[in-house]
Design a protein. Structure first.
Length: 239
């Protein structure tokens, strides 16, 4: 068997970027920390690893691997933690893709199903939607077309919308703002912003930029007030 332990590839699964590293022919390591990032601190790998479900699953997988003589890594551990290096390399990794699938199911059953399909395609050499290596890509705000998209999204989303998205994905409002600013990458969060913006646009709803703090008379706000078809967030100050 051959091992490309230092080659990290990024799988785009349902808009979620998942870092993997091939281990032999039929296995791969997976960055669980990166996989869980869109779901917030309550869904961190360490929380799952403390559950009875995780402990029982790892014990069962260990028994199966002993019977089938499955090769993982030289340290023979299902869970390893990496520090330093590129952001895609840091965090908690599993050395068996079965662990990643079980963890993905714990994060979100629908996402877990997509992960199963994605890993089957990846391990059999087929296309996994968009296979992207973002190691050398700049932050979204520096990528072509992002600033134009950001301006459009801000016109059709309110601060209340962003709070709703944060709650939906179990992340902080700050994280959602970072994604919209182009400072952080989270395709699931950005897709939710796009979906809400499209919905508001179809309803003819627009919003003033909630980043602008009110000083004296807000001329743009006043114009919106005179247009009954435009719904305005009156208390749209940033928290």
């Amino acid at each position: 068997m051959t091992s490309n332990k230092n080659l990290i590839e990024i799988l785009n699964i349902e808009g979620n970027e998942v870092a993997v590293s091939r281990q032999g022919i039929n296995n791969c390591m997976v960055n669980l920390t990166q996989m869980a990032k869109p779901y917030g601190a309550n869904k961190a790998p360490d929380r799952w690893l403390r559950t009875t479900e995780a402990k029982e699953f790892l014990a069962a997988l260990e028994e199966e691997n002993l019977v089938r003589h499955i090769w993982r890594t030289e340290d023979d551990s299902f869970i390893i933690k990496k520090q330093g290096g590129h952001a895609n390399e840091q965090g908690t990794w599993c050395t068996d893709y079965h662990v990643a699938i079980r963890f993905a199911m714990w994060l979100n059953p629908h996402f877990g199903i997509a992960v199963i399909d994605g890993f089957i395609k990846f391990l059999t050499g087929r296309n996994v939607g968009t296979l992207v290596n973002t190691r050398n890509l700049p932050a979204p705000k520096h990528r072509e077309g992002f600033r134009k998209l950001e301006a459009i999204l801000r016109r059709y989303t309110s601060l209340a919308n962003l709070k709703e998205i944060a709650k939906r994905h179990n992340v902080t409002l700050h994280h959602v703002k970072d994604v919209l600013n182009g400072n952080s990458v989270s395709n699931p969060v950005l897709q939710s912003v796009i979906d809400i913006a499209k919905e508001n646009k179809n309803k003819g709803i627009t919003f003033p930029d909630w980043r602008i703090r009110k000083k004296g008379i807000d001329y743009s706000q006043t114009v919106f007030d005179f247009e009954p078809q435009d719904i305005v967030e009156l208390n749209g100050k940033e928290d």
